[in-house]
Design a binder for this molecule. Sequence first.
Ligand SMILES: Nc1ncnc2c1ncn2[C@@H]1O[C@H](COP(=O)(O)OP(=O)(O)OP(=O)(O)O)[C@@H](O)[C@H]1O
Ligand SMILES: [Mg+2]
Length: 232
Amino acid sequence: MFLKVENLKKSYKTGDVTTTVLKGVGMNLDQGEIGIILGPSGSGKSTLLNIIGGIDRCDSGIVSVDNIEITKLNDTKLTDYRRERLGFIFQFYNLIPNLTAGENIEVASNISISPLNTDEVLNAVGMLDKKHRFPKELSGGEQQRVSIARAIVKNPKLLLCDEPTGALDFSTSREILKLLQKINKDFGSTILMITHNTAISAMANKVYKVRSGEIVESMVNKTTMPAERIEW
Ligand SMILES: Nc1ncnc2c1ncn2[C@@H]1O[C@H](COP(=O)(O)OP(=O)(O)OP(=O)(O)O)[C@@H](O)[C@H]1O
Ligand SMILES: [Mg+2]
């Protein structure tokens, strides 16, 4: 099992109030699979993804990625894991504003062990011709494509996406999903993606529905649908 999450628990304390956000979550993905996490706002999806991505810590439980038990790593090792093995795509792109598209990608490739070629990756997301533009000179969909390029230039075995199409219109969303499917196929990256959109689950091998910090349903799709055929 490439990604394994077992009995994951997480609470946040604000003042005297403790909010339990994850109440014993379990899930798994084989290498090369696409997994989707569905669930209403506030159900704990980002918290789960952030713990898998080593951005946040759990209270108890196990996360293991590619045979590394990341829940046991110290801060330095966890930072190495994040830098070297992970691609992370955020809902609001998070590009560095005073660097061009190409430079944003080079920042990521410089910290990776076996990065892909920057131009090759820009070409894969259809942005090579805009390599020298700054983020503010790009549309939302274009910025998201650059942020995908930034995540995949690291050649990550695991690509985590927190609502990558949340800020985009339907046709741009479909292009982004096609791109993620292509990356999964061409580079063999395992992908775990959060979405609000049930229709997107057709392109996944596994679908997990989260409600109030628990997985209430998990599904395995025998066949997956190409993104261009998804109706929504
Ligand atoms: N740092 C924090 N401190 C306190 N509470 C937090 C913190 N981060 C998240 N929470 C709470 O945890 C719950 C789950 O948040 P989370 O961001 O995981 O939800 P989500 O499912 O990603 O929602 P959305 O779809 O709106 O992004 C929310 O009730 C939120 O208020
Ligand atoms: Mg969220």
